[in-house]
Design a protein around this ligand. Structure first.
Ligand SMILES: Cc1ncc(COP(=O)(O)O)c(C=O)c1O
Length: 385
C-alpha cells in the first residue's frame, strides 16, 4: 500500500471510529453475531444455544422440508444464480409462476417480483409519484417506504400513527394537478397493530389519492380485507425465503418492467430462492392451519402475561431507554431465549422495546417458559405484575 493510500485508510478509519464511538455512548451501536437457525426457533448464536422469539419466520416455512426440497430442486434444474437481470436473460420461468399465484391470492390484476421487499418499495414508489406530487404516509411506515418516497422527489407528509383524521388534514392544500399516494403498512412491523384500511381507502376515494400498502408482516398470517390499489410485500417473513413483490393494476405492473430502477438495474433472484418461495406461497395458499396455529401460540403468551389479545404475531413490550431493553435482552438469553432489543432509529427515540415474534413452529412449552422468564426480568412497572 502506498503512503497516500495508507494515510487515506487511517483518515477513513478515524472518521468511522468517531461515529462508532458516538453510537456506542448512546447504546445504539449495532453488532453482528453469527447465528445458525433450526426448527422450532432453535438457534445457536456464537456457540450459545437458545430459542429465538424475534424472527419473522411466522409460519416456520424457512425450515419446512417441502420448501427446502423445492429450493434444492430449482437449483438442480436451473442453476445457482439467475446469471443476468430479468430484462436480459435472467427471467426464470419461476418468476412468472410466482407472480401469477401472488396476483391471484391478492385478487389484483398483476404482480411483479423484486429482489427484496426493500427493493420493491424503492422501485415502485418512484413509478407512481414524482417531483410535483405528494406522498402522505403513516409516521411509523417502514424505512424502505420512506426511502422510496424520498427517491421519488415527491413532497412527503406524515400523519400520526393510524390517525385517519390527521391523514385527512394532510390531504388538504394539494394542487389539483398533483398525484397523491397514501401509504401505510397493513400490520405494523414494530407494534404489531393493524392499519384502518377501509377508512384510509374511503379518504383516498374522497381526495383522489391512491392507496398503497406494505403487507410485509400480514401476508400468510393476518387476512385483512384490503382495498388498496397497490399492494406490496416481502417473501422473507411468513413466506420464509427472500424477495419482494408488488401487485396492482396490470398496466402499472407492466410499466415497472421499464421504469422501476431496482427492477431494471439488478440481477434476477436465484432459482433456488424462487423455487422455495413458490412452494412456500403454495403452502400458504392451501393451508390456513399454520396461521391459526401461530395466532393460538401468540394468544397463549399474551394470556400468560395478562396482556391484551394480540392483533398479529408481533407483541411489543415497551421499555423506553435502549439500555433497559439491552439489559432485559441479556437476562432472557441467560434463560435460553433470544429476543433482540429494538432501538432507535428502528423505533422512535425513547421507545426501545422487546419485539417478541411468534412462529407456528415454536413449542407451546417454550412460549410459556418465555412468559415466565419475562415475569422475572421485566422492570416491575412494565406489566403491572
Ligand atoms: C414493513 C416492512 N416492509 C419492507 C421490509 C423489507 O423487506 P425485505 O426484508 O424483503 O427487504 C420490511 C423488512 O424489514 C418490513 O418490515
Amino acid at each position: 500500500m502506498g503512503p497516500v493510500i495508507s494515510r487515506q485508510v487511517d483518515e477513513l478509519n478515524a472518521f468511522a471510529q468517531a461515529k462508532l464511538d458516538k453510537l456506542h455512548a448512546k447504546d445504539l451501536k449495532r453488532g453482528l453475531i453469527p447465528t445458525s437457525r433450526g426448527v422450532g426457533g432453535a438457534i445457536v448464536r456464537d456457540g450459545i444455544p437458545a430459542i429465538s422469539f424475534c424472527d419473522n419466520d411466522y409460519l416456520g416455512l424457512s425450515q419446512n422440508t417441502r420448501v427446502v426440497a423445492a429450493a434444492g430442486a430449482a437449483a438442480i434444474r436451473y442453476g445457482a444464480g439467475a446469471g443476468a437481470s430479468r430484462l436480459v436473460s435472467g427471467d426464470s420461468p419461476l418468476n412468472h409462476e410466482l407472480e401469477t399465484l401472488l396476483a391471484k391470492m391478492k385478487g389484483l390484476e398483476a404482480c411483479r417480483v423484486f429482489g427484496s421487499g426493500y427493493m420493491a418499495n424503492l422501485g415502485a414508489i418512484p413509478c407512481l409519484v414524482g417531483k410535483s406530487d405528494v406522498v402522505v404516509m403513516d409516521e411509523l411506515s417502514h424505512a424502505c417506504m420512506r426511502a422510496g418516497a424520498q427517491l421519488s422527489g415527491a413532497e412527503i407528509r406524515t400523519f400520526k400513527h393510524n390517525d385517519v383524521e390527521d391523514a385527512r388534514q394532510k390531504l388538504h392544500n394539494i394542487s389539483a394537478d398533483s398525484r397523491i399516494l397514501l401509504m401505510t403498512e397493513t400490520v405494523f412491523s414494530m407494534d404489531g397493530d393493524l392499519a384502518p384500511l377501509k377508512e384510509l381507502q374511503a379518504l383516498c376515494e374522497e381526495y383522489g389519492a391512491w392507496l398503497m400498502t406494505d403487507d410485509a408482516h400480514g401476508f400468510g398470517v393476518i387476512k385483512q380485507n384490503n382495498p388498496a390499489l397497490i399492494q406490496m410485500g416481502t417473501l422473507s417473513k411468513a413466506v420464509g425465503v427472500y424477495g419482494g413483490y408488488v401487485c396492482g393494476p396490470a398496466a402499472f405492473i407492466e410499466l415497472m418492467i421499464s421504469r422501476a430502477r431496482t427492477f431494471v438495474f439488478t440481477t434476477g433472484l436465484p432459482p433456488q430462492v424462487l423455487g422455495a418461495a413458490l412452494e412456500a406461497v403454495n403452502i400458504i395458499n392451501e393451508d390456513t392451519h399454520l396461521a391459526k396455529n401461530v395466532m393460538a401460540k401468540t394468544t397463549a403468551f399474551t394470556d400468560a402475561l395478562g396482556l391484551p389479545k394480540p392483533t398479529s404475531t408481533i407483541v411489543p413490550i415497551l421499555l423506553g431507554e435502549a439500555s433497559i431493553a439491552l439489559k432485559v435482552q441479556a437476562k432472557l438469553l441467560e434463560d435460553g431465549f433470544h429476543v433482540s432489543a429494538i432501538r432507535p432509529p428502528t423505533v422512535p427515540d425513547g421507545s426501545s422495546r422487546l419485539r417478541i415474534a411468534f412462529s407456528a413452529s415454536h413449542e407451546l412449552d417454550d412460549v410459556l417458559a418465555l412468559a415466565n422468564s419475562l415475569k422475572k426480568h421485566l422492570p416491575k412497572d412494565v406489566l403491572n405484575i
